[in-house]
Every structure is written in structure tokens, then in C-alpha cells.
Design a protein around this ligand. Structure first.
Ligand SMILES: [Zn+2]
Length: 533
């Protein structure tokens, strides 16, 4: 049986741009469009030309993309003609391969929000589709609030969809705008729609308000819809849109869909999915979600000793798909539950070969257990674990030595009576036999200490030039009657590498210092920096 084609439509740049705290620049939008194109996404919705400067510039640009680059906008306003609507004109003039109109499909909204009649709304859909077709554009209609509208007045909701289809729109997209419709309801309603409009002209646009954006989209596919709209990493206002990064592997790897359906994303392109997801986070300057299905750092992480030995004999024992299929990798976590097999596997992960009978291995295992009892956690701090192991194996040279440090925090009023809090750190460092004092100010004591540490490391400085601290997490642990501070630092460099280091102490500055030092030494090792002499 020939497989049916399912089309993927990405709206990261339009609906995804509604996310709290997300503000794409023109360069961001171009970079993301390129990524989506590489991945094999059929439609990329770039934005809303005429609505803001960035989107207008984006659509004025020439592109070399295989994808159908789509402009989004409203149907003509009620009571105006299509030729006398500046919003529609901007949309029709945009350099786009396709136009996706949005129109109300719920009679309640037509009355209350648009303040017009049902007939005028249908006429607006008809005129807008006609005008875009006349311009030679492929046309899509997003039926806003379709499912709520269908429940209230199925005849009218269907009439909106059918009007666009009859006028020649390539796709009619059923939107669950409020994101509250459940998968079984969507499956039933889409099934009804597909009796009137062929499923290969029907799309689904779901939001994630019940955490079922992906499930709702798949339910629509089961009922016959052949276009899915979604965003990378589920970006979108409120709880986000349907997450394409989860949808794509479900469609390609689960036989229920893979046996019946093909998409524009090849199995080879699927192997770049993890990278694509993380690149988006990089552009947004956010830490990737470790627990994201398929692509998260923890998606194929194994912790308990028994799991680990089983997964090493046969990965299917604890993995639903091979991690490599989505470009992710298996990860063996080190923890106080760890058996010897965890530690060996984790070391191999870091490229360290140790004979299982090596007595150093038993010492390392004891050391890890003792430290975890003392408050360390190496689950989230692979770089510190690798350093600990390499130190025990004698593989970490002393690049430099910190003889002492001092951190001052001063709270005072300046001459104008304004309150000032100033942090200053002094670090005494020996590099290649030469001692130096580095002094730096910072926004806080840890920032000052970090600046002073890295201010002048002599010949080592070039190897650290692109080192950047991304995140700093503090956790207070109670051990018996004592409070202990654990600091976890995330660092990155200009080559896109990210690593996590940990420090533990009764004193927050000392814990931070330890995590900072690990980060610096880890970076020097990565760079294969020479030991200064
Ligand atoms: Zn939406």
C-alpha cells in the first residue's frame, strides 16, 4: 500500500514568537528558517508582514529555501472590499510562497469580537482566498476556535471551512486556539470534517494547555488530517503549541504512523533533531530542557545499577527507540546507587578506558559514594565527575595554583546618599612559578571571584577567552543539623560546548569557588592547554 503524505507546518516564527520572553531578531528568524528548511519542514510560517518592522523586512528579503515560506494575516475586514483593506494589501504584496489567513469559525466570536454577521464573515473568507489565489499564492485558512465553534454550532464552523475549500484554499486548518479540547474529541470532530472536506486538505493546529498538544495532533492524523502545525520545542504563548520536536519522531519511528505515512523529514534528517532543538535554545539563550522527550539530556539516561547493566547488554530493555535515531545519546548517570557498571560506562562515555579489575576503579567508586554522602551530586555535573576520575588516574596536571583568595562585600551610602552594594575579590595565583594578584569587582561576590580568577592567568588566558558562565544554581542541603551549600555551575564556550560542574561546602563562596575552578580546569583540559613552566 502506498503511504500517504503528511505535511509539516512550522509556526515557531509566528505563533512561537508569542512566547513570554521570546523576541526574535531578523537574524534569528533567518537562522531558524534555515534550520527548519534543512530538517525538511514543508511550510515555514515567517510571521505577519505589515504588523511589525521585523516581519516586514523578513518578507522583503530574497530567500533560497526549499520550504514553502508562508505569510500570516487576517482575512479582509468586515464591511470593506478586498481591494480597500491595507492589512490585506500588505499580506498580498509580501514575498511569500503561501498565505495563511486566520478567520473566526465560532459564531459567538463573529458576533462578540468581530461585531459582524455570520454571512459577512463567510464573504470575507471567500474574498480573501480569491484575492490571494489571484496573486498566484498557495492559500491556507486557519479556522480559529474551530473546535469550540463546532461544539456550539457545527453547521457554521463547517461552513467557514467549506467556504475556503470551495474557493480553492489548499488547506483548511482546524485550530484549537484555547487548547482545551481533548484528543478523543478532536478525533471525532476531525472525522466529521473529513466527510465534507478530504483529509489531504485538512490540517490541525493545537495548543498545549492540557499538555496534550502532541496527542491532539496525532488524534487528528488518525481521523484523516494530513497537515500538522506546530513549533520547535513547543514554543508558544501560555503553555505552548504542539511540539514538532516530539511529533516528528513519533511520526517517523512509531509503526502506527510510520507504516502509513511519509513526511518531508528523512530518517537521516531525523538524526539532526537533537541538534536542531538545542540550537533553538542557544538562539533563545535558554538552557535546554533536560527532560524533553527524545532530545533531552535525560531522555536516554540510566541511573539504577540494575538498569545500567541491562541496558548495556541490550538497549531495548530500557529504551523505547535507539537514541541515535534522533541524534541523542545514551547517558549513564553516576549516583550513590551506582554499581561498578555505571562508573565504568560513565568513564567510557568520557573517553576514559579503565580495566574493570583496576584497584583505582574501586577507589573511585568509594570516593564518589563518600562525596555524594557529603552533598555532591554528579548526576548533573559530568565535567566534575570526569575531573574527579582523571585526577585519581593522575591525568590532570596543575595548570596553576590558587594560593589564597579574599572576597569583600561592602554595603554603604555614596556621597549622594544612594545605597551601594559593592563586591570585590582578590586572588593570589601562581602560574609557572610566577605569583600574581588579581583584583576584580563584580555584581555579587561570586561574580567578582570569577572575574578575579580569570582576569589574568598569564599564558593560559587565550585558552579561556571564550569561556562563559551561563547558569548558577544554589541549593541548601541539610545534613544532620548542619546546612550545606551545593553550587552547580553551567558553562559554555564559543564552539557550542556546555558543561556542568559542582562544588559543596558549608560556605557558599567556597562551594562556588570549587565549581568555578572545576569549570576552568575542565576547559583547559578540553583545549589541551600546555602546562605553563
Ligand atoms: Zn495558535
Amino acid at each position: 500500500m502506498a503511504k500517504e503524505r503528511l505535511y509539516l507546518f512550522d509556526t515557531t516564527l509566528r505563533d512561537g514568537a508569542q512566547t513570554n520572553g521570546v523576541d526574535f531578531t531578523l537574524a534569528d528568524k533567518l537562522a531558524i528558517a534555515g534550520m527548519l528548511d534543512e530538517l525538511g519542514i514543508d511550510y515555514v510560517e515567517g510571521g505577519y508582514p505589515g504588523a511589525n518592522q521585523t516581519d516586514s523586512e523578513l518578507f522583503a528579503k530574497d530567500r533560497e529555501l526549499k520550504t514553502t515560506f508562508t505569510a500570516f494575516g487576517m482575512t479582509r475586514r468586515p464591511g470593506r472590499s478586498a481591494s480597500n483593506d491595507p492589512g490585506l494589501a500588505a499580506l498580498l504584496d509580501a514575498k511569500a510562497d503561501a498565505i495563511c489567513f486566520v478567520a473566526k469559525a465560532w459564531d459567538y466570536h463573529v458576533k462578540v469580537a468581530l461585531e459582524t454577521t455570520n454571512e459577512e464573515n463567510l464573504a470575507s473568507i471567500r474574498d480573501s482566498v480569491k484575492a490571494a489565489k489571484a496573486k498566484g499564492r498557495e492559500v491556507l485558512l486557519d479556522c480559529e476556535h474551530f473546535f469550540d465553534g463546532y461544539k456550539a454550532n457545527p453547521t457554521y464552523a463547517l461552513a467557514c471551512a467549506k467556504t475556503a475549500h470551495d474557493e480553492g484554499a489548499r488547506w483548511v486548518v482546524l485550530c484549537d486556539t484555547n487548547g482545551g479540547t481533548l484528543p478523543h474529541e478532536v478525533e471525532k470532530i476531525v472525522g466529521e470534517v473529513c466527510k465534507v472536506i478530504p483529509g489531504d486538505h485538512v490540517g490541525i493546529h493545537a495548543h498545549n494547555d492540557t499538555e496534550q498538544g502532541v496527542a491532539v495532533s496525532l488524534a487528528a492524523v488518525r481521523a484523516g488530517a494530513r497537515q500538522i502545525q506546530g513549533t520547535l520545542n513547543g514554543l508558544g504563548e501560555r503553555c505552548g503549541n504542539a511540539n514538532l520536536v516530539s511529533l516528528i519522531p513519533n511520526l517517523l519511528l512509531k509503526p502506527e504512523y510510520a507504516d502509513r505515512i511519509t513526511t518531508g523529514v528523512t530518517r537521516d534528517a531525523l538524526k539532526t533533531l537533537t541538534q536542531t532543538s538545542r540550537l533553538l535554545d542557544e538562539i533563545l539563550n535558554r538552557a535546554p530542557n533536560r527532560h524533553a522527550p527524545y532530545v533531552g539530556e535525560s531522555a536516554f539516561a540510566h541511573k539504577g545499577g540494575l538498569h545500567v547493566s541491562a541496558v548495556q547488554k541490550s538497549p531495548q530493555t530500557y529504551e523505547h527507540v535507539p537514541p541515535e535515531s534522533v541524534g541523542n545519546r545514551r547517558k549513564i548517570l553516576v549516583s550513590d546507587q551506582a554499581g561498578r557498571s555505571n562508573v565504568v560506562a560513565r568513564l567510557e562515555d568520557a573517553g576514559i578506558r579503565v580495566n574493570a579489575a583496576d584497584p583505582k576503579l574501586a577507589r573511585l567508586l568509594d570516593e564518589v559514594k563518600e562525596r555524594e554522602f557529603g552533598g555532591y551530586s554528579y548526576d548533573g555535573a559530568e565535567a566534575s565527575f570526569e575531573l574527579l576520575a582523571r585526577r585519581m588516574l593522575g591525568e590532570v596536571p596543575e595548570f596553576f595554583k590558587v594560593d589564597s583568595f579574599r572576597v569583600l562585600v561592602e554595603r554603604r551610602h555614596d556621597a549622594l546618599g544612594n545605597l551601594k552594594v559593592v563586591s570585590e575579590a582578590t586572588v593570589k595565583i601562581t602560574v609557572a612559578g610566577a605569583t600574581m594578584f588579581n583584583v576584580a569587582e563584580g555584581q555579587g561576590p561570586v561574580n567578582a571571584l570569577d572575574s578575579a580568577l580569570r582576569k589574568d592567568l598569564g599564558v593560559l588566558a587565550p585558552y579561556l577567552a571564550d569561556l562563559e558562565l551561563v547558569d548558577f544554581k544554589v541549593r541548601i542541603l541539610t545534613k544532620g543539623t548542619e546546612a550545606i551549600t551545593r553550587v552547580l555551575i553551567e558553562s559554555k564556550d564559543g564552539k557550542g560546548a556546555r558543561w556542568f560542574t559542582v562544588g559543596v561546602s558549608e560556605n557558599i563562596i567556597e562551594a562556588s569557588f570549587e565549581a568555578l575552578m572545576d569549570s576552568i580546569v575542565y576547559k583547559l583540559l578540553r583545549e589541551k592547554a600546555p602546562v605553563p613552566r
